[in-house]
Unconditional design. Structure first.
Length: 366
């Protein structure tokens, strides 16, 4: 006799308890003793245990292999089967501009700054240092720090760290990689259409999201508005890399990925700062400085999520969502007078801009 309604169940629902109950029901229909220790139940129990384990293992395999739930190396392999890869495939290094006074080192020389090691390089005819360590933790060095050569450089008077040239990026997370993979499967992404151009852009290292504007400057023109992998305004070098990859010089000669006659222009999304101001009652052991950092980090993560995952050209920063984020901060007992960009309404960020966290002011006036 077949197990009842098994086709309607998920694999993870076919448990030992479910199978035991089904066997008891079948035994009752057959008129046999189904009490624990009976011949019938003893004969069934071993099969029940093995069958339940089989379905549990099958559910695990299904979870590993399903594009909706797979992670890690399995997801990476699935992407490779479609000619895709994570963006970036591994954590990248941070690149900082550096200013030398006196003699200059050689390209490839080893330097140190704030207990981190770097190698010297040239970027657009400017000196930079590239970190040996990778990941976004390397983006936090403060300009003005001294840069120390590993070996003496004759007549080098000083070396000073300047601004970040190319931010380090963490390996693309599973959710982002899965979303791009599903987008490609759902297509149609072919023949240089809007979906394919966006896909080409978002495969380039440092690009988190691209907004495509067709016919922005006449027939056969396409504008790509680039958002960084961190959900912010991208570095100039990232925008240049996109331009050179898709349509070098925006000439439409078909020398990049864009087809002949397609004039593609890459531009950076301009940052639109979102300021936060509020009055709070804090816990006795907390500080306003720590609360300010917590508010900043919470809103920053919210804005990044909107920038990278919004399916609309316009991004709406919702006042109530900001309030909900703040209410979940454990150091805050209560808050009031929340202002987002000086008001108490939603903020709209158009297709040419990306929202980033601005000034955060926390007062203890409540």
């Amino acid at each position: 006799m077949a197990i009842k309604n098994i086709g309607e169940l998920g694999l993870d629902e076919i448990t030992e308890d479910y199978l035991m109950a089904e066997c008891e029901d079948m035994g009752a229909e057959l008129g046999v003793d189904t009490h624990q220790g009976s011949v019938y139940m003893d004969a069934c129990s071993g099969h029940i245990i093995r069958t339940a384990k089989f379905f549990n293992d099958l559910a695990t395999v299904n979870e590993i292999l399903s594009i909706l739930t797979c992670t890690g190396d399995v997801l990476t392999e699935k992407m490779m089967e479609r000619g895709m890869k994570r963006n970036p495939p591994a954590d990248t290094a941070a690149t900082y501009y550096v200013e030398y006074v006196g003699a200059e080192p050689q390209v490839g020389d080893l330097m140190s700054c704030d207990d981190h090691f770097f190698t010297t390089q040239k970027l657009n005819d400017r000196w930079v240092i590239v970190s040996e360590e990778t990941g976004t933790d390397m983006n936090t060095l403060v300009p003005g720090l001294p840069v120390i050569p590993d070996q003496d450089v004759d007549n080098l008077i000083s070396a000073t760290l300047k601004e970040l040239a190319v931010p380090a990026v963490d390996m693309e997370e599973d959710d982002s990689a899965r979303s791009r993979y599903i987008d490609k499967l759902s297509g149609p992404a072919e023949n240089g259409n809007k979906v394919q151009i966006r896909s080409w852009c978002e495969e380039i290292q440092g690009v988190g999201r691209t907004r495509i504007v067709p016919l922005w400057n006449g027939d056969c023109t396409v504008l790509g508005i680039i958002i960084s992998i961190e959900g912010t305004e991208p570095a100039e070098s990232v925008v240049k890399l996109v331009q050179d990859t898709i349509d070098p010089g925006a000439q439409g000669f078909g020398e990049g990925k864009a087809t002949f006659g397609c004039f593609f222009t890459a531009v950076a999304a301009k940052k639109q700062e979102i300021s936060i101001k509020l009055d709070v009652t804090k816990k006795a052991e907390s500080t306003y400085t720590s609360i300010q950092a917590s508010v900043s980090n919470a809103v920053k993560a919210y804005l990044k999520e909107l920038a990278l995952n919004s399916t609309q050209d316009e991004i709406i920063i919702r006042y109530n969502n900001v309030g909900a984020l703040i209410s979940n901060i454990s150091d805050i007992v209560d808050f009031d007078n929340l202002l987002v960009n000086g008001g108490k309404g939603n903020i709209t960020c158009d297709i040419y801009h990306v929202p980033v966290i601005g000034e955060v002011e926390v007062n203890g006036n409540l």
